[in-house]
Design a protein around this ligand. Structure first.
Ligand SMILES: Cc1cn([C@H]2C[C@H](O)[C@@H](COP(=O)(O)OP(=O)(O)OP(=O)(O)O)O2)c(=O)[nH]c1=O
Length: 193
């Protein structure tokens, strides 16, 4: 049996893993700087942040599998992380209104022997046109907080989604298809399965 550490403060990621019977032995959020680098694409950003989170936690936790992820919403070449405040959340939602955007899920797994595997999963999401009253109503609740792009597809923002192509769980925070493959690929043995 292997020890698994989830390097994430996201309750969504814990819930998603529970959905497939994976219960991490420990949750250790990684405290890293999530500022994008100059000219860094949203895809590269999601990958780099997932890797940095995993490495930061693995450094102090030998003998365990360490799993980390990062979600970035991309509109054109613009990366939308978590909105800082109401005004920025409004800006993000207005930008996404009526458009197709991409959600990049970076994921990184480090094995006890130091082997590291990472990947980025892309999901395309098309929003319907959002009127001012849609945005006002959405922002009157806290759902936008702490979510890349200032929306939660698993919440009320489901009503914004006209079409989705690719992994749904990737948008929520962790592609279950890919994480299962990654864990099996590096030899993680779950207690549950
Ligand atoms: C687009 C979208 C994002 N999200 C969430 C997933 C992530 O938790 C969050 C993006 O921020 P992240 O920086 O990826 O994750 P986090 O800060 O919540 O946790 P940690 O860095 O410790 O792992 O947005 C949703 O819950 N629903 C959605 O529809």
């Amino acid at each position: 049996m292997s020890k698994l550490i989830l390097a994430s403060a996201s309750p969504r990621r814990l819930e998603l893993l529970a959905q497939i019977g994976i219960v991490p032995d420990q949750v250790v959020p990684a405290d890293i700087d999530e500022t994008p680098k100059a000219d860094e694409s949203p895809r590269r950003l999601a990958l780099r942040l997932a890797e940095e989170k995993a490495r930061a936690v693995a450094k102090d936790n030998g003998g365990a599998f360490v799993l980390a992820a990062d979600t970035v919403v991309a509109c054109g070449q613009r990366a939308l992380g978590k909105a800082e405040d109401h005004a920025e959340a409004r800006k993000f939602l207005t930008l996404l209104s009526g458009r197709r955007h991409r959600v990049y899920g970076g994921m990184c797994l480090i094995a006890p022997d130091g082997a590291e595997r990472s990947r980025v999963i892309e999901t395309q999401v098309k929003f319907r046109t959002l009127g001012r009253e849609d945005v006002d109503r959405y922002l009157s609740h806290d759902e936008w907080m702490g979510k890349a792009g200032a929306y939660a597809i698993q919440g009320h923002a489901a009503t914004f989604v006209k079409a989705i192509s690719g992994s749904y769980s990737n948008v929520v925070g962790l592609s279950l298809c890919e994480v299962d493959g990654l864990l099996r690929g590096l030899g993680y043995q779950s207690k549950e399965v």
